[in-house]
Every structure is written in C-alpha cells, then in structure tokens.
Design a protein around this ligand. Structure first.
Ligand code: GLN
Length: 228
C-alpha cells in the first residue's frame, strides 16, 4: 500500500485519513519532519491557510515540506490545502482595514488562487461538477469559504470548473448564489503529481473517487521511480 500522509497541524485531518484508508492507502498523520520523510504522498487538508502557514513554521515543517514538494512528492490539497500548494495568493477577504495575516504558499502548483473568492454573503455552497479523469458521473462538491483558481501556468491541467447552469440553479435561491458568482471558475487542477481542489471531497460520505484518483497518482509515481 502506498504510504500517504495528511498534514495534521489543523483542519479536516480525520476525514482525509479515513477517505485515504478507504481508497487503499496506508494513511498517516504528519506533524514532524521524521513523519514527513516516511510518506510517499501527502494531503494538505482544508482549514485556514494563514493558520497553516504559521503552524508550518512553528512545527519546523515549512522548509522540509517545500523541499520534498520541489523534489516531486505527490500532493493533494483541498481548499486551504490548494491555497498552500499554489505559487501566489490573492485575497478577497474583506474584514475591515486591519492588515490581513500572511499566507506563504509552497509553490508546488503554477497557479494563482484567490482566497475566500465567493464573497462574504455566500460562504458555502454545494454543486455537482464534471471532473476530468474521474469516471462514473459528476462529483458532488462542497465549497466552504473556498478559493478559486484565477490563473494557470502552461503545465497545469484544468480538471473541473463550476458550470454556469444546472437544475438547482436560480437567482432567488440563496443556496446557489455562490455557484452563480463562480460560474466558469476553475476549481480543480493538476500539474504532474500535484492535485488540488477548491472543494472538500473528504466531506462527501460514500464517494472516494477523488481520493482514489490521488492514490493512483501516488502509485504511478512509485511505479515510474521503481523502474528508473
Ligand atoms: N478560507 C480558508 C482559507 O483561506 C479556506 C477554507 C477551507 O479550507 N474550507 O484558508
């Protein structure tokens, strides 16, 4: 079984560990550099990217993680995890004039993301998405104060965008306002062995397709390095 870590400083750690186990991985929490050294892939969960930045420093994991990612460690980031994997972060969080705490992204994905992109009125929404490379129908996507991808580099593959209409869409339906604002926005990307989603598949019980997709990326990577 591929050994896949979940960065366990903050956020939705348990849900990712469970989803990875159900997807055929040996899933382990990562809080220390020794634990990071033992994994063949890593998941960066949702949470709060400013807090995650601070805790990566506190636990002396920022530099070791950045180095392993630069060396090709397969990684999957959901929501705040996507923000952490990006190369540049824009911020739509408007909470008065106070200075916003800094996010220091790890630069594993050649994308510019916008934090809290859906605006303050609609923090969260759910929708179904076509996800390139994932068979058997759309993926149910849960967005919680989510980012979107605003720019992608030439080597980045777009796997999912929010569609601009759907059966449950409507201007008067508060549940779909966020989605309408997000129409056409990029919410899942891959660059080599690095995968990111703006949404939280770990919160959708009974559907491990995104986690299985990532476990496949890790297996493929292990196969190619074993032959090299
Ligand atoms: N808004 C959070 C951030 O900017 C992300 C929210 C999430 O991970 N659900 O880090």
């Amino acid at each position: 079984k591929p050994v896949i870590g979940v960065l366990a400083l903050q956020g939705g750690v348990a849900e990712h560990l469970a989803a990875l186990e159900r997807s055929g991985a040996d899933a382990r929490p990562v809080r220390r550099a020794e634990e990071l050294a033992a994994v063949q892939g890593i998941v960066l969960p949702g949470g709060e990217s400013t807090t995650m930045t601070r805790l990566l420093d506190t636990f002396e994991l920022y530099e070791p993680l950045r180095e392993r990612l630069a060396a090709g460690l397969p990684a999957y980031g959901s929501c705040a995890g996507m923000i952490m994997l990006s190369r540049e972060v824009l911020d739509s969080d408007i909470r008065g004039d106070r200075e916003l705490p800094a996010v220091r992204p790890l630069g594993a994905l050649d994308v510019v993301v916008r934090r809290n992109a859906f605006g303050r009125q609609v923090d969260s929404f759910e929708t179904d998405l076509e996800f390139a490379g994932i068979p058997d129908g759309p993926v149910h996507a849960v967005f919680i104060r989510a980012p979107w991808v605003e720019k992608v580099g030439a080597d980045v593959e777009v796997l999912a965008e929010v569609s601009d209409s759907g059966p449950d869409s409507g201007p008067d339906d508060p549940d779909t306002t966020g989605r309408d604002a997000a129409a056409g926005r990029i919410v899942a990307v891959q660059q080599g062995p690095v995968l990111a989603t703006a949404f939280h598949p770990e919160l959708v019980g009974g559907d491990e397709r995104v986690h299985r997709y990532f476990v496949q990326i890790v297996r493929a990577r292990l196969g190619s390095t074993a032959q090299a």
